[in-house]
Structures are given as C-alpha cells and as structure tokens.
Design a protein around this ligand. Structure first.
Ligand code: 5RP
Length: 247
C-alpha cells in the first residue's frame, strides 16, 4: 500500500487464528492511541467503530485522556458515547473535528474507501469532510485492489426518487438492490431515506463515478469516500499496521 509506515507487532504462530472481530478490536484499540486530551473526536458507526468508542471510553475512565468532546455519526455512536460518559458536542460549538475514527467496507491502495454498510454514510461523510484527520480502522479483509471488487456502493436516496434513481444507476452500469431489513421491509437511514446498494464491479475511475452520482437529484450521497482518509489502521494475523497517506 502506498505511504506505508510499518508498525508491525510480532505474530504468535502457536495460537489459533484471530477472528475477524478480534482483528477489528485490535485495529480500533491501536487507532484510539492516536487520540490526545483536549481533542474533538468524530465517532464512527459500525462494529469496528463501536470498539473504538469503547476503547476511548476506557482511556477516559482511567484518566489517561481528559477534556474529550465527541461528535457521533449515528444514534448507535451517540448512545454508546452517552453510556460511557463521553461528552457530546456539535458543529456549532466545534466547527472542526480533530480526529475521527471510523470503519469501512472496502479500502484501496490510494486510501479511497467505500463506506455505508451500516447505512450511516451521509453523516459519516459530513463528519469526514469536517475532520482534520480521518482514521479508518479495518481488519485486513477490507483491503482491496480496486473499489467495487468486494462491495456495492451504497447510495442514499429520497424514497420518492427511488425508481428514477435506480434507472439512473443501472444506466451507469450498476446492478441495484434496494436495501431491506431482515424482515424484508425497506431499510431507512436515520434521515428517513432508502439505501440502494449498487454493484458496479471493480470501479476503474471512482472520481468519475462519484461526480456522476453527486449531480443527480434524489441522491443525497454515496458511499465513495475519495481523498478524505488520512490514515488506515489495518489489523491482520501478523499484527497491526498504521498506513499514512502521503501528502
Ligand atoms: C457504516 C459504515 C461502517 O463503518 C462499515 O460498514 C464497516 O462496518 P464494520 O466495522 O461493522 O465492519 O460505513 O455506515
């Protein structure tokens, strides 16, 4: 991966392989070490980001970190922060977030990512765009040679515009599935919108696709996070790596 700063820890061959969740925890814990007292912290959404919120809470409870204020990307993150006694703030009080720790679904070698597997992409992108240092925490299964290889691009869509937006996405080459809840009812984002998961296959030019998605009425946002990520913390069976995007 470009811009790699290796901080590998030794592996222990005799132990059984770590589960994906253990790797997510390790990445999250390593990323939380980047947080310093006094910072405004963006709290991401998803299982890996939730681990990070818990480690942040732990560091605050031991007194290692003080004066932390946080802006959550979702109700899940907000509830977790409240449970852990993490003080919440907003963009009126804190216009720029110092550091955000969030998960991702797919990460390419240029630090571009697909997000939105948990449906929180719109707030996650607002947070990322207003963050000095966006840190993505993943297990190694999320690394990809090209965005779209393993994951569809989530598109947050006004329910009224669902059909025309679906046709638009299909014309762009997407294979579109409206996201449902397990019971088969439509999934609604926290903003009350549908998510259209659009499988484009490996995406040759993500910037071109993002531009086409951004200009269409009815599309609130998409899960392509391009040029927004500063660091990726990857946990694998052989250790945790901190990857820093070259300037
Ligand atoms: C939510 C997201 C998540 O960060 C992404 O789906 C990764 O989730 P997890 O950490 O549970 O694998 O983008 O909208």
């Amino acid at each position: 991966m470009k811009g790699e700063l290796s901080t590998k820890m030794p592996s222990n061959q005799s132990k059984p392989p770590k589960t994906q969740d253990e790797l997510k925890r390790e990445a999250a814990q390593a990323a939380v070490s980047l947080i310093e007292s006094g910072m405004v912290v963006g709290l991401g959404h998803g299982t890996t980001a939730l681990h990070a919120i818990h480690y942040l809470g732990q560091r605050m409870q031991t007194g290692e970190l003080r004066n932390i204020r946080a802006i959550p990307c979702s109700r899940q993150a907000e509830d977790a922060a409240r449970d852990l006694g993490i003080q919440l703030t907003d963009f009126r009080e804190a216009p720029l977030i110092d550091i955000t720790i969030d998960g991702a679904d797919e990460v390419d070698a240029d630090f571009n990512v697909i997000k939105g597997g948990g449906g929180a992409l719109l707030r996650e992108k607002v947070v990322a765009q207003n963050t000095r240092r966006e840190v993505i925490v993943v297990d190694e299964s999320k690394l990809s040679p090209r965005l779209g290889t393993h994951w569809a691009v989530p598109i947050e869509t006004l329910p009224f515009a669902c059909h025309p937006v679906t046709r638009y996405l299909e014309n762009l080459g997407g294979n579109v599935t409206q996201r449902n809840k397990p019971a088969g009812k439509p999934f609604y984002s926290e903003q009350g919108n549908y998510i259209l998961d659009s499988n484009f296959g490996p995406i040759t030019d993500p910037y071109h696709l993002a531009a086409a998605l951004s200009t269409r009425a009815g599309i609130f946002d998409h899960g392509l996070f391009l040029g927004l990520v500063h660091d990726v913390v990857v946990a694998s069976q052989t250790g945790v790596r901190f990857l820093h995007r070259p300037c």
